[in-house]
Design a protein around this ligand. Structure first.
Ligand code: DGY
Length: 346
């Protein structure tokens, strides 16, 4: 019994011993998983921590990552790093904080971090505008066929102005359905409204009071699928949203529907989407996220004329990425010092 209770508070004791040690040495050990993280956050950390930055300007090979995190007290990571039990074990009991430069956290084993008393910092809010902007850009690129049109202009397909050539549906007067009505879904709704849409529908676990501002109406998932001209996925990837866009869902959509995804590829049964696009079950899709990422060059989605694929650039506005980096650093520092993180994943 005594052993059991000591075991349950052991991670806490180890972490506190770590803090006491800090009082004498004064510097925390932080590992940064890639060398191309925006500089602002790294500079903030360097003022108070011993920072080791990966030498890879891309995803670190897993075996190297596992070796590199050994003995670190905080990890500055991105959504391309799997923070699972294996990695937490490799880091060891001194790990106090995981700071991810993302709002999505499906790459982190959150329950396992909680069990070990490891705090998680993330970057909500600061990327909402950038991601909503990109969602609108992708929506319009897909509906008005911008990549196809540019290809025609560049390759001689543009013979003359033509009344029915390169046409696609307009947003004005349409019904837009947003799946997932958190910060980003709401920001998308506010922007979509400015296009004189007829109706904005949303599907979300709970009713959102913020919906009033955009005049968005809560409906069931099936109602949203069958009534919307444009369906936008802004839902976080959690067990309940895994592959909610499956064969049955695409079959419930209008034949003229356009599907947009800027959340996570895992919300879509991608084979079912490929079939739906090939068979014209729906008109088109615009994807900023896929499974896997990057998408292999021989994936059919990359060759379908009615599909626009972007390489997960939702938050890639310059200022946004700088702010995300700084917020990640502030989260890590606060977590290490035991003060309140500006954005802790609770
Ligand atoms: C996030 O932060 O989760 C986004 O997907 C990154 O663009």
């Amino acid at each position: 019994m005594i052993y059991k209770s000591v075991a349950s508070i052991a991670p806490f004791l180890v972490r506190n011993i770590g803090s006491v040690r800090k009082m004498s040495s004064g510097r925390f050990k932080v590992f940064v998983t890639r060398s191309d993280m925006p500089k602002g956050g790294i500079d903030i950390l360097k003022k108070e921590c011993d920072v080791t930055v990966s030498s890879h300007p891309s995803v670190m090979p897993r075996d190297e990552l596992l070796k590199s995190v050994a003995g670190t007290e905080a990890i500055f990571c991105s959504l391309t790093d799997k923070i699972d039990q294996e990695l937490l074990n490799a880091a060891g009991p001194g790990l106090k904080v995981v700071g991810t430069i993302s709002v999505g956290h499906d790459h982190i084993d959150v329950p396992e971090c909680r069990k070990r008393g490891i705090k998680i910092g993330y970057t909500p809010d600061v990327l909402t505008d950038a991601t909503a902007e990109l969602t609108l850009a992708l929506l319009l690129s897909t509906s008005r066929r911008l990549p196809e049109a540019q290809h025609e202009a560049r390759t001689g397909g543009w013979k003359s102005w033509a009344p029915t050539w390169m046409t696609g549906p307009g947003l004005a007067g349409s019904t837009v359905g947003i799946v997932g009505f958190g910060r980003i879904g709401q920001a998308v709704a506010r922007r979509v409204k400015a296009f004189n849409t007829n109706k904005i529908l949303y599907f979300n676990r709970s009713e959102r009071p913020e919906a009033q501002e955009a005049g968005a109406i809560k409906v069931s998932f099936d109602e949203l699928l069958s009534q919307s001209d444009f369906i936008i996925c802004c839902a976080a990837l959690v067990p309940e949203t895994k592959e909610i866009f499956n064969k049955a869902a695409f079959e419930k959509m209008k034949k003229t529907a356009i599907f947009i995804n800027t959340s996570r590829g895992g919300t879509v049964d991608q084979d079912a989407l490929i079939e739906a696009l090939k068979n014209n079950t729906i008109r088109a899709a615009g994807l900023d996220v896929t499974t896997p990422e990057p998408l292999p060059l021989d994936n059919p989605l990359l060759n379908l004329p009615n599909c626009v694929v972007l390489p997960h650039i939702g938050s890639a506005a310059i200022e946004t990425r700088d702010t995300m980096s700084e917020l990640t650093a502030e989260n890590i520092l606060a977590g290490l010092k035991g003060s309140g993180m500006p954005a802790e994943l609770k």
